[in-house]
Design a protein around this ligand. Structure first.
Ligand SMILES: [Fe+2]
Ligand SMILES: [Fe+2]
Length: 325
């Protein structure tokens, strides 16, 4: 435990052993990891075309909204280069390659890289997607980047990742449930595998923030408050399609996700409530006046947002994405 008021650089350095420990706890080795090829038809096999035919039959009945959400999720996963460079640009982290922080960044990226791969190959095989349009959206998204408003600050960044990994776990899990209901057990399984990775990542990032709260409670509280005042934006908020103005495609994507209950305003509120509980905000000590006010704001926020979310109606307007013929 750091006693005197420490700088962020000192806190991050102090956390290195902890990060190493969490990495072995929450990330899997390559040997223990699933790979996309474990879950998809094998093109070397004689029954490959038969399996693809079965896959296409199962995918035929997937609803339009579900397919649209799945494409949006895939594009989001495939913009991984943006997320890795963002992680690498967080200030105050030790930058030598052998630091547990840098190892974490690389190993996390390596795990995440399987998600886009898997979903992309699945969507390609369904025969229901205009792959060129989807690929163009991915290229756009990587080129456009994002603005998460974390200011390259580790405290803000790990609030963001704690929130976002929890949200992706939830949304992939929901897609799995809906896919199962619509008769595509294979897709349900794929999304379930992705969701379980996201769950491990969420646990790790929540643990990082929990540890920072031990060392630097006031600054951590203020960083959490700042992120929630600015609101957590989705990493794909610049998502767009060829020939469509920026902002429109993303809005239609989140509308579809709301409509089929994959990710809603109530989920946002629930995740926040979960984080407030996880980091035991009520019992944090050593706060100054600003820190106390931040705590008050944060602990009252879930109920406030819930009242707003309950009044929101699921968007009705259906939109024809260029990704789906
Ligand atoms: Fe992912
Ligand atoms: Fe993730």
């Amino acid at each position: 435990m750091i006693t005197a008021i420490a700088s962020r650089v000192e806190v991050m350095k102090w956390m290195e052993d902890f990060v190493h420990e969490k990495m072995t706890e929450f990330l899997k080795s390559v040997e223990d990891s699933w790979q996309p090829a474990d879950l998809l038809p094998d093109a070397r096999m004689e029954n490959f075309f038969e399996e693809v035919k079965n896959l296409q039959e199962r995918a035929r009945d997937l609803s339009y909204d579900l397919l649209a959400v799945l494409v949006g999720d895939t594009i989001t996963e495939e913009a991984l280069p943006t997320y890795e460079s963002w992680l690498m640009s967080i200030k105050d982290l030790p930058t030598n390659e052998e630091s547990p922080w840098m190892k974490w960044n690389r190993a996390w990226t390596a795990e995440e890289n399987r998600h886009g791969d898997l979903l992309n190959k699945y969507l390609y095989l369904t025969g229901r997607i205009n792959m060129r349009e989807m690929e163009a959206s991915t290229q756009y998204l990587i080129a456009d980047g994002f603005d998460l408003q974390t200011d390259n600050d580790p405290y803000r960044a790990f609030v963001y990742t704690s929130f976002q990994e929890t949200a992706t776990n939830l949304s992939h899990r929901r897609v799995a449930q809906i896919a199962k209901k619509q008769g595509d057990g294979m897709l349900a399984k794929l999304c379930g595998y992705v969701a379980s990775d996201e769950a491990r990542h969420a646990k790790a990032y929540k643990a990082f923030v929990g540890k920072i709260f031990e060392a630097d409670p006031n600054e951590m509280m203020l960083a959490f408050e700042d992120m929630m005042r600015k609101k957590i934006v989705m990493p794909a908020h610049y998502m767009r399609e060829l020939g469509v103005d920026m902002g429109k495609t993303f809005g239609h994507f989140t509308d579809a996700a709301q409509r089929i209950n994959v990710y809603t305003a109530l989920d946002y509120t629930d995740i926040l409530r979960d984080l407030v509980k996880e980091w035991k905000l009520e019992t944090v000590t050593n706060l100054n006046d600003a820190g106390e006010r931040a705590r008050d704001y944060l602990t009252a926020l879930p109920d406030r947002l819930k009242r707003v979310a309950e009044r929101m109606k699921a968007p009705q307007l259906e939109y024809k994405f260029r990704w789906i013929d």
